[in-house]
Design a protein around this ligand. Structure first.
Ligand SMILES: Cc1cc2nc3c(=O)[nH]c(=O)nc-3n(C[C@H](O)[C@H](O)[C@H](O)COP(=O)(O)OP(=O)(O)OC[C@H]3O[C@@H](n4cnc5c(N)ncnc54)[C@H](O)[C@@H]3O)c2cc1C
Length: 503
């Protein structure tokens, strides 16, 4: 069986620039399918190239701000992306925040899957490699080697965890077809063969895919074939991605300011007897270990750190956007507008406070890594899915019909330009300034891009219902501690009452 090969770490260049990202995607095209056709070149494809070029711009950006975004590789001495750092001090941890904020500011948090996200995950797995080694000594070594390989080549990953949404009432093994959800088909001395499907991978316009277990496997033998963690190149033989319809309609930045830039794409992943060599495997057939891997290694904490930095950038953007809308139409005097701006501001400060608390209370974990404090991050990741749809709603409530009474770029250059100049003016903006602002507000609150952002924030980190369940289970001791204090208070009142009655 053939499989895509990886370049030698000796050929690595460290932190990449945009042209290297594009060149690698051209030379090693991920096997994407779009609207019935195989995508030959993601860098030019109409539905994808906007996001791809933004991705490349992010890699250029890291060389424009190298002090913030890069650090010296501990193995090669090259400059590499700071999001691959395994922090040992509070200072190093904060430097990762600063680096991630550079990318998040560039995308205004609208490209949730900038490569930092999985870079942090893989750094977590490498840091907690000893946990993986308890499953198989090779796996911990694989995690460390893979993390180094990614760091030195500055590769970009997508990832997939969730089985297809066929029948959520029964386990993976009990689906109509046991090979619906990706599972181990065969094991050989050289590796494993995977057949089946995974539901979603955001940013398939990337170099490799991290295929990891979701944490909802049942600890029964029949779930074991679905329990694995590995990474492979996106052009591996038998691996296919089926893209959803693009939210980039191929229009200008003027008409479609967010969709034309930040379309990261989501795809269903098909494994058609994909061969995975053992050296790429980090977890295998050990359901309990798979379910614990995110938390025990610390990967989930490092990923959530990135998520909260993204949330801050997004909340800042929505606040700034709301203010500009209010200002442009002279709505600043209305009380409910103050309330809405205040709500956006509080959301932004809440996310900042969570991040600050996570950094301030960070501590060395069992692997010797400076791990951000989990409680504020867990609170942030459970809260933001509720805050973001409301932020979008606020933009709709402020923008009102201005969000749809909006011409397009060609109208401004057409025969009706004089009408447009006259009738689209705002209190504090000429028509030709107001229109791009309101088009941005439309793309943030109403367009297909905007809807997908809301869905993303609701679900990308997991089903909010089950996340809340995990939160309650995971913070039981804290909840019990508070319950005990209240119980004591109730007891005091009761004792007082009975003592008075007895007296
Ligand atoms: C835009 C977007 C991007 C994403 N990107 C990625 C990605 O890059 N990689 C990745 O791995 N995943 C990704 N996801 C998937 C994400 O992890 C899932 O959406 C999330 O875990 C919820 O799973 P589901 O979508 O399969 O919903 P389902 O599990 O099918 O849930 C559907 C409904 O049924 C309810 N439900 C189902 N089972 C239960 C239960 N046991 N108890 C209570 N309620 C239940 C849910 O609450 C929900 O209302 C992405 C999702 C979105 C929307």
């Amino acid at each position: 069986m053939t499989h895509a090969s990886r370049p030698h770490t000796a050929d690595a260049t460290g932190a990449r620039r945009g042209h290297q990202v594009l060149q690698r995607l051209r030379e090693n095209p991920p096997n994407l399918w779009y609207n019935g056709e195989q995508v030959k070149d993601v860098t030019t494809h109409a539905a994808l190239h906007g996001g791809v070029h933004t991705l490349a711009a992010l890699y250029d950006l890291q060389w424009r701000e190298p002090d913030a975004t890069l650090f010296t590789s501990p193995s090669s001495g090259r400059k590499v992306a700071r999001s691959f750092m395994i922090p040992k001090t509070h200072g190093e941890l904060h430097s990762i925040t600063v680096a991630m904020k550079v990318w998040e500011d560039y995308t205004h948090g609208m490209m949730g899957r900038v490569p930092d996200y999985i870079n942090r995950a893989m750094s977590g797995y490498a840091a907690g490699a000893a946990f993986l080694s308890e499953g198989d000594p090779r796996f911990g070594q694989n995690a460390i080697r893979y993390h180094e390989y990614l760091r030195e080549n500055d590769l970009c990953l997508t990832h997939t965890l969730i089985p297809p949404q066929a029948n959520r009432a029964v386990s993976l093994a009990k689906q109509a077809d046991p090979y619906l959800a990706a599972r181990v088909k065969e094991e050989t001395g050289a590796g494993i063969v995977i057949r089946g499907c995974r539901m979603l991978a955001t940013l398939p316009i990337s170099d490799e895919i991290m295929v990891f277990p979701s944490t909802v496997l049942k600890a029964v033998e029949e779930d074991a074939p679905y329990a694995f963690g590995f990474s492979i190149p996106n052009n591996t033989h038998g691996l296919r991605f089926i893209c959803r319809e693009s939210v980039d309609y191929g229009r200008s930045h003027f008409d479609h300011p967010l969709g034309s830039r930040f379309e990261e794409m989501d795809a269903v992943v098909i494994f058609d007897d994909v061969f995975v060599p053992w050296e790429n495997v980090l977890l295998y057939r050990d359901v309990a270990r798979c379910n614990q891997a995110y938390s025990r290694t610390g990967a989930v904490v490092h990923m959530t750190h990135q998520v909260v930095v993204k949330n801050i950038a997004k909340a800042e953007f929505m606040l700034g956007l709301a203010h500009l809308l209010v200002d442009s139409i002279g709505a600043e005097g209305f009380q409910h507008i103050h309330e809405k701006l205040a709500e956006l501001w509080v959301n932004m400060e809440t996310m900042k406070a969570f991040l600050r608390a996570a950094e301030a209370d960070a501590a060395i974990d069992e692997w010797g890594v400076m791990r951000p404090a989990w409680n504020p991050l867990d609170a942030a990741r459970n809260l933001f899915p509720r805050l973001y749809p409301r932020m979008v709603e606020i933009i709709q409530q402020i923008g009102a019909s201005g969000l749809v009474a909006m011409p397009m770029e060609r109208d401004l250059k057409g025969p009706l330009a004089a009408d447009i100049k006259r009738y689209y003016q705002a209190a504090r903006a000429e028509a030709f300034d107001r229109i791009p602002l309101f088009r941005l507000a439309w793309d943030a609150s109403l367009s297909a891009f905007a809807s997908r952002q809301v869905l993303y924030e609701r679900f990308f980190f997991g089903d909010p219902v089950r996340m809340a369940g995990a939160l309650v289970a995971g913070h039981q001791s804290q909840i019990q501690e508070q319950a005990e204090r209240v119980r004591e208070f109730v007891r005091e009142g009761r004792d007082e009452a009975f003592a008075a009655a007895a007296g």
